[in-house]
Design a binder for this molecule. Structure first.
Ligand SMILES: [Zn+2]
Length: 498
């Protein structure tokens, strides 16, 4: 019976170790947690077993001589127009093709979808089932694949009966290469019965961090995916995500019941992003000065409430800026229009809540500002990760004041969540506070959060590293930089005014 293997949500929540203070959290996510993980080692390019990559590298050794590589690259060129794979895409694809379970954590813009799309195209007569959290995401991917001549379909609640019948018939005949479904549908008994007659060769779980209580976008329905492995033990699963701390990695592996998975961890270091934290006190003037001096720049300003989104976008428009709002309180149509205005560059600035961003693929976002403190480092990392996808330099400035931390802490303490969830949320907030107030390199702080060691103690790109030599670093107030670029001049002006 399918229901026999379904987890009880209460069990899942209580099984998680919830830390009581930040020191304990650090222990969990840095050392002891690694004991749970599969062995991590860097591939030598020959053995190709467990692979971890914590630095940006070129292609694997000898890749170009391999006939399989040449075939995969031909498919990559034919369908996606790229000449070469980015590291470690090809290594991930090889693991999938060998029938291994895989967990791949590739930073935003790292091409994680290709890791399951290429094997789906490559294998003839079989299909890949993709579990994805949002209908909008599924539709985007499917229409993109269809335009490239790939037979993909999204089976959603919006499908008509005749469409569903068409999917079923085509899937059974092996005519579909990829079928996208939500986690809710993926565990429906009727759906599981249906796909048992499909030639499913691989199951891909996208945005796999949603399965983790420690992840920043926990979705309880992802936890039910545990039954997939029980029902189809011989079908390999590939789980992909852009952000996962060691604790989240462990949860993904456990809850999806991945069998001795190959683990790939791309670097979290986005070298083209400049991280800064500034006082919230003068945030508006600082933002306005930036806009006036960088008229061509397009970017996102994340706010902590719908009210802030409305007020800030109105104020910016009054001051001559093309700023538009985006939050869950707007109608679907309004959100769609505003997203399109931003995507096409007709509106340069989008003021948004956390509701904005998943599935947005705008390469030339030059800044991501936070007009208030995010609730976790993952959230901050994911949101800033929407800047500079074209590889060019981009600014990430967080406007912070400590009172915001106290406000968020009080909110978490008084909400109606389970105690374990509250403890996790509080611990995450503490780490966000630590990021805001650190006097050390912010990049190093971010990387450490994800279990990655920075190459050096200073990145020479964040506000703390750019503080004048000999000057006492003061966390949020280190505004003076040794580089005299435009934006740093504004900062100095703002400092004098304050
Ligand atoms: Zn730094």
């Amino acid at each position: 019976m399918i229901t026999d293997v379904q987890p009880r949500k209460a069990d899942i929540l209580t099984r998680v170790h919830a830390p009581h203070d930040i020191r304990e959290l650090k222990n969990v996510t840095s050392t002891s947690d690694r004991d749970y993980l599969p062995e991590l080692r860097v591939s030598d390019g020959k053995t190709g077993n467990k692979i971890a990559c914590v630095e940006n590298r070129g292609k694997g050794k000898g890749a170009g001589d391999n006939p399989l590589t040449q075939t995969l690259e031909a498919a990559l060129k034919k369908y996606f127009g790229y000449d070469n794979f980015r590291y470690p895409q090809e290594e991930v694809i090889n693991s999938v093709l060998r029938g291994k379970d895989v967990l791949a954590i590739l930073a935003t813009g790292g091409g994680k979808s290709l890791c399951y799309q290429i094997p789906a195209i490559f294998r003839k007569g079989g299909m890949t089932l993709v579990i994805s959290p949002l209908i909008a995401l599924m539709k985007d991917q499917v229409s993109d694949l269809n335009e490239r001549g790939i037979n993909a379909f999204a089976w959603t609640s919006e499908c008509s009966l005749s469409e569903v019948e068409r999917i079923k018939t085509s899937a059974k005949k092996g005519e579909l290469q990829l079928v996208y479904v939500s986690p809710e549908r993926a565990v429906m008994p009727s759906f599981l019965r249906e796909i048992s007659s499909w030639p499913v060769q691989c199951i891909a779980v996208d945005e796999a961090h949603c399965i983790s209580l420690w992840g920043h976008q926990f979705r309880p329905e992802y936890c039910d995916l545990v039954i997939i492995k029980a029902k189809f033990p011989d079908i390999p699963i590939i789980a992909v995500t852009a952000t996962a701390t060691p604790m989240v990695q462990k949860e993904i592996i456990e809850r999806l019941r991945l069998n001795a998975p190959d683990l790939f961890i791309g670097s979290f270091n986005r070298t083209n992003l400049n991280y800064k934290v500034r006082s919230r006190k003068n945030a508006y003037l600082d933002i306005l000065s930036y806009m006036r001096m960088n008229k061509e720049h397009s970017g996102i300003i994340y706010c902590t409430s719908k009210k802030d989104v409305g007020e800030l976008s109105r104020k910016l428009r009054k001051d001559g800026q093309k700023a538009i709002p985006y939050h869950a309180g707007l109608s679907y149509k309004e959100r769609e229009i505003n997203q399109e205005l931003f995507r096409t560059g007709k509106a340069k600035i989008i003021c948004a809540t956390v509701a904005f961003g998943m599935g947005i693929n705008k390469p030339d976002v030059r800044f991501v500002f936070h007009y208030g403190m995010p609730k976790s480092v993952e959230q901050y990392y994911q949101e800033t990760g929407r800047a500079g996808r074209d590889g060019k330099e981009a600014e990430c400035i967080l406007y912070y004041e400590r009172s915001e931390y106290f406000r968020l802490r009080a909110l978490i303490r008084t909400d109606n969540s389970q105690e374990a969830f509250k403890k996790v949320s509080l611990a995450k907030l503490e780490q966000m506070l630590q990021y805001c107030e650190t006097r050390d390199c912010r990049r190093k702080n971010l990387l450490a959060y994800f279990g990655e060691e920075a190459n050096s103690d200073t990145c020479e790109q964040c506000d703390n590293c750019l503080s004048l030599p000999g000057e006492k670093k003061t966390g949020i107030k280190s505004w003076k930089n040794k580089n005299q670029d435009t934006h740093q001049k504004i900062s100095s002006i703002m400092e004098i005014r304050s």
